[in-house]
Design a protein around this ligand. Structure first.
Ligand code: UDP
Length: 339
């Protein structure tokens, strides 16, 4: 493993907590979209952050500006391999390490399964050794093609075990099981968040998600790709709300899964319509076949998060999309936002 702090490569894997920092937090998948936003937030609250990532889908550019912070360290490591050489205390582990975009996690489905089983096992082992609290990022995909809406945590889902999404869906399901088994058998202090579609700055512009695809296409006057007839729904949560929910869950003492997402459900067609009001574009819609096992609906029931964490999303969809568009325009030829 190689650790980089303040742009220097070091042989040791951890540095002592500085006097002023509050907690030492390891973020697996810390160079990804959610992970890098979480690194930034935890650093801003004076924590020491160890970002662990193998850059499979995470990006150095997402974390570059943090290298100047003395409380930040980066370890280039694949969690599928044992994590043996981090010295020192770790108070909390956020396990966000897994490609989350369907085209990316389908590139190598067996690797996706390994990340979720072996990778989660390795992080749980680390949590056990270090006596760390550990939060696993699960997904709304555990509900599969839901026959109940909105989806509540006690709904057990309707998942295809052998489809093109199964490596991710079943991987996340078995990882939830592993988390609970480590909690029950070894007393590891576990948390499980079920993340519903989340968007915002630092999302990979090319990873194939609907929000980034549509914004990129509209900014470049390219065809807007809608899969199926566009009536399938998703519920889009802004990144800052997502992170606030996860931090509150980490600070709670609840071990069973908790949905974190925005209950405002809209169709893909409606999302496209909204984005067209925000971007001055000549793009037109082209319909493509719906990929197999693409869920028809997603809508989190967030009553548990409200009661348990006193949390609910605060960012309006239009405001969040404007932030995302502005971020995506920074290195694209770009057009001005429509007023
Ligand atoms: N989608 C689409 N056009 C795109 C990308 C995605 O119509 O260019 C659809 C996709 O088929 C799905 C929805 O948008 O029904 C959300 O897709 P995304 O990959 O963002 O998330 P997920 O399917 O994992 O919820």
């Amino acid at each position: 493993m190689e650790t980089i702090t303040n742009n220097k490569t070091e042989n040791t894997e951890n540095t002592k907590n500085t006097e002023t920092s509050l907690k030492t937090v390891l973020i697996a998948g810390g160079a990804g979209f959610i992970g890098s936003n979480l690194c930034r937030r935890l650093l801003s609250e004076n924590n020491k952050v160890i970002c662990l990532d193998n850059l499979f889908t995470g990006k150095m550019e997402n974390i570059q500006e943090m290298f100047s912070n003395k409380n930040f360290a980066f370890i280039n490591h694949d969690i599928v391999e044992p994590i043996t050489t981090i010295s020192g205390n770790i108070d909390e582990i956020y396990h966000l390490a897994c490609p989350a975009s369907p085209p990316k996690y389908q590139i190598d489905p067996i690797y996706t399964l390994k990340i979720n089983f072996t990778g989660t096992l390795n992080l749980l082992q680390l949590a056990r050794e270090k006596n760390s609290r550990i939060l696993f990022s699960s997904t709304s995909e555990v509900y599969g093609e839901p026959q109940k809406t909105p989806q509540r945590e006690d709904y057990r889902g309707n998942v295809n075990t052998i489809g093109i999404r199964s490596c991710y869906d079943e991987g996340k399901r078995v990882a939830e099981t592993l988390m609970m088994d480590y909690h029950n058998k070894y007393g590891v202090d576990t948390r499980i968040v079920r993340i519903f579609n989340t968007y915002g700055p630092y999302m990979d512009k090319d990873d194939g998600r609907v929000v980034t695809n549509m914004i990129r296409q509209m900014l470049n006057d390219e065809d807007i790709t809608i899969y199926g007839d566009g009536t399938q729904t998703r519920s889009f949560c802004y990144i800052d709300d997502q992170i606030e929910g996860q931090i509150r869950l980490m600070n709670s003492d609840y071990h069973s899964p908790v949905n974190i997402g925005n209950p405002r459900e809209i169709s893909v067609n409606k999302l496209c319509e909204i984005l067209k009001t925000l971007i001055d574009t000549r793009s037109t819609i082209v319909f493509y076949p719906l990929p197999s096992d693409d869920p028809t609906n997603r809508n989190p029931d967030i009553d548990l998060a409200k009661k348990l964490l006193d949390w609910e999303p605060e960012t309006d969809l239009i405001d969040g999309l404007k932030q995302t568009i502005n971020y995506m325009k920074t290195d694209m030829s770009g057009k001005e936002l429509s007023e």
